[in-house]
Design a binder for this molecule. Sequence first.
Ligand code: PMP
Length: 316
Amino acid sequence: MDLSSTIVYAKGGFRAYEDAKVGLLTHGLQYGTGCFEGIRGYWDAAERELSLVLLRDHYDRLALSAKILMMDLPHTTDELVDLTVDLVKRNGFETNIYIRPCLYKSAEDVGVRLHNVPSEFAIIPIPFTTYLDPHKGMKVCVSSWRRADDTMAPPRAKITGLYVNSALAKTEAVMNGYDEAILLSHDGHVAEGSAENLFLVRRGVLYTPDPSQNVLEGCTRKAIMDIAAGEFGLQIVERSIDRGELYSADEMFFTGTAAGIAYIESVDHRTVGNGQMGPVTKRLGEFYSRVVTAKEPRYRDWITPVYKDAKVSSSR
Ligand code: PMP
């Protein structure tokens, strides 16, 4: 990735990516003691506007992750929203983007702990390249790796070190010829994908693992549940889900900031429905696309426009 002209926010100011380095002994690098977010911005060429999606939800979740890791975010959510808009403007992006805020333990010394370690905050915006192709069904497998349990390190926090769990599962899946993995929890119930929440549709009802199933409480997950209930009157059931239920779903899809709404074609070699994108997934996906590209006026407060009305953004 060419980052030579990227401007980032780091160490309290705006600077060139190349001037914002971390040292080899940085605590967050050595021990995984950091937390982060991934935020999308959708470029509308006709309107010449860049819409940042669910900024407040992401910064609220970052604050929660920070608290769990005993770190303080150096800014309020309002300040972070303004800072992010300012940073994106300085880069002058006219393309889809991905924004990576991160808070990490910055001490350069040896000693694993959470207490009495200083931290640093940074925001890195990059042009977005497609993570998963939304038009292509995904072939997934149940991973041989289990999702980290809350009793080990809480998956509801977006902790850098926890992504070893995701990376093991993703690489195993891809090297075995699949597109993505579904991780089960230690007790055998379905948790989530390596970087996505999971939804099943059966007889018109939407099912997803509840937040106590070792999942990240995804911003897209909540958005899709709000849309499903509010726009389409769908019944949503949050509960523990058995592996066998994956094989009996009519439709199944992942949600995530990077992934968007990605439909699952098969799981463990069992075709989901007829292997095509199902009608519920299609309706939800199309509506969500309209929301994130600022085409649904009633959902305008989910997005923050960068180049005009930069101050308009509110929480759900
Ligand atoms: N689960 C995990 C483990 C993730 O990394 C992500 C991506 N942030 C998600 C779920 C989806 O969350 P969100 O919709 O907030 O991007």
